[in-house]
Design a protein around this ligand. Structure first.
Ligand SMILES: Nc1ncnc2c1ncn2[C@@H]1O[C@H](COP(=O)(O)OP(=O)(O)OP(=O)(O)O)[C@@H](O)[C@H]1O
Ligand SMILES: [Mg+2]
Length: 265
């Protein structure tokens, strides 16, 4: 890619402080604090049930936290209405895409732009997303429910972009996709970040893809952040290599020693 990445500012665009969310008696996240700086791709890595989706739902107002606060662009958005949060410039691509199956691809894109009144800007952004994902242009008039899983993921990302957001929350874009398609989608996500300067918070089980695409990473286990660092540093850590990247150094026993030695409050 020839474009230079936009500068990452020190100013956090998103800040979670001690956020706790639960489903009835089940505490899904337990005091999560994290920041996403303007212009970066940040990632939260974690295995099944770690609480990744819950973090994103809490940010976008789908779940109200029991404790803690969420700040977006310096404003407290804790437990605000999801529609208000979208209006403020935060788009969420949910786990499992959730496109409108009976609407055409084109109409799905227009739904993403419901907060906007600049018709020229909307038309320009539709052209831009068709540039990122040419298959969506070919299928523009087809019902979205007829697209393949990967194409639906492309549409879900594109629909989020249509709101012209400052921040996109991306929930496991690799879910159910082939390695090749996952790679293609991640390349576009990086392009969106570099070309438009859109800040992205990505949650993934696919640590390899996420660490390569992102600038800064958090590791989530059982609802708590247990590690954070630049992705360049995380990629070099033995624990990450062993447990998330599936690379075992010679001499390291096949036990989950890192988890075992941790004690939680
Ligand atoms: N609607 C719900 N009702 C009750 N418990 C839930 C609900 N949704 C999630 N949980 C529980 O909350 C915890 C965190 O779930 P969450 O979906 O946030 O995990 P995740 O990291 O996104 O997992 P995955 O990688 O499988 O998507 C899990 O223990 C899960 O069983
Ligand atoms: Mg999830």
């Amino acid at each position: 890619m020839s474009t230079l990445p936009p500068p990452i500012s020190d100013q956090p665009v998103l800040k979670l402080s001690n956020v706790e969310s639960a489903y009835g008696p089940i505490k899904a996240i337990r005091g999560v604090s994290l920041q996403v700086r303007r212009g970066e791709i940040a990632t939260v890595l974690g295995s099944n049930g770690a609480g990744k989706t819950t973090i994103l739902k809490t940010i976008s107002g789908i779940i109200d936290p029991r404790k803690g606060s969420v700040e977006f662009k310096g404003q407290d958005i804790t437990a605000r209405d999801p529609a208000h949060i979208v209006q403020e410039g935060l788009s969420h691509v949910p786990e499992g895409r959730e496109v409108f199956p009976l609407l055409s691809v084109h109409d799905n894109l227009l739904m993403g732009a419901f907060t906007r009144s600049d018709r020229d800007g909307v038309a320009k952004d539709i052209a831009t997303v068709y540039g990122y994902f040419p298959i969506l242009k070919e299928r523009a008039t087809q019902d979205a429910g007829l697209l393949s899983g990967g194409q639906q993921q492309m549409l879900a990302i594109s629909r989020a972009l249509m709101a012209d957001p400052d921040l996109i929350l991306l929930d496991e874009p690799s879910l159910g996709l082939s390695p090749k398609l996952t790679k293609e989608i991640f390349e576009i996500v990086v392009r969106i970040n570099r070309e438009r300067g859109t800040t992205i918070l990505l949650v993934e089980q696919n640590a390899n893809m996420a660490l390569n695409a992102s600038d800064y990473g958090y590791v989530l286990e059982n609802g708590r952040i247990v590690m954070e660092d630049t992705c360049a540093n995380l990629r070099e850590k033995d624990d990450i290599k062993e447990f998330y990247l599936g690379m075992k150094e010679d001499g390291v026993r096949g036990e989950r020693r890192w988890k075992k030695k941790k004690t939680w409050r």
